[in-house]
Design a protein around this ligand. Sequence first.
Ligand SMILES: Nc1ncnc2c1ncn2[C@@H]1O[C@H](COP(=O)(O)OP(=O)(O)O)[C@@H](O)[C@H]1O
Length: 307
Amino acid sequence: MAVFSLCFRAATATKTPNAAVSAAAAFSYLIRPLSHSFSSSSSCSSSTFDPEIDLSRNKSAGLGTLKREPKGRNVQWVFLGCPGVGKGTYASRLSNLVGVPHIATGDLVRDELASSGPLSSQLKEIVNQGKLVSDEIIIDLLSKRLEKGEAKGESGFILDGFPRTVRQAEILEGVTDIDLVINLKLREEALLAKCLGRRICSECGGNYNLASIDIKAENGRPGMHMGSLPPPPECASKLITRPDDTEEVVKNRLRIYQSTTRPVEGFYRSRGKLLAFDLPGGIPESWSKLLRALNLEDHGSKHPAAA
Ligand SMILES: Nc1ncnc2c1ncn2[C@@H]1O[C@H](COP(=O)(O)OP(=O)(O)O)[C@@H](O)[C@H]1O
């Protein structure tokens, strides 16, 4: 198992401007980097199936090599993509398949909000406006989650929602080797509708989506269908909407993605780690193609309708 020593949480609590960076220097994994050579286009929304997702030319991306690295380390992947693109859904499915934890920083933030801890009221205002919380806070929450996982013997991860700034990416790069960054892309017309259609079961936490999207073929662009992900009957009366999934806030989050997170794509592209995947539709249309792009196979494992 990978030896994973994490000791930057305390340091991130300090108030020096470069606290997170210097803290990160104290955060070390004893792992060996894998080398991948992927590239991507830069758009978050695209109607075409990106030919660069065909990794058949790069067999090292397959489960055989990536699921468990020769020294015994599990995969360390990152999911990038606009709000509403489906990062949580696909990251969760892949984490079940590959056998590593799916760690979503948005979930860590929401857990912190629900805990009514000291950060809670400060975070509430930021999150409900669709803004990003500070790098220090997010790294602190992520560190705690990784420490807990380490104590339980977890190794490897699929990160969803982190890094979201170039500074976060630099910190992460400084402390560990990310094997692969999957950049999910979906047509812009679908993103807002998908965010507004999101529902969570207040009892079991299941994620569903009421939006059913049909985009007609136009001007040489193919049409696209994304079915809804309806809740099972037992959840139907318990659905809630995230407070930051209102139209105004989603539009703000999309703007922040363009200005602040988009450069993270370039950060990983220049390091040859970025794999662009244009979602051709909903889960039925996309899942098997994503697996093919990753040289993975899913031998009938059971998935919930949504992450
Ligand atoms: N890496 C991060 N850096 C800063 N803020 C974050 C980060 N991850 C999550 N957040 C906060 O949590 C909110 C919800 O995150 P998430 O569930 O990932 O949203 P989205 O659906 O926009 O991808 C974000 O709008 C932001 O306020």
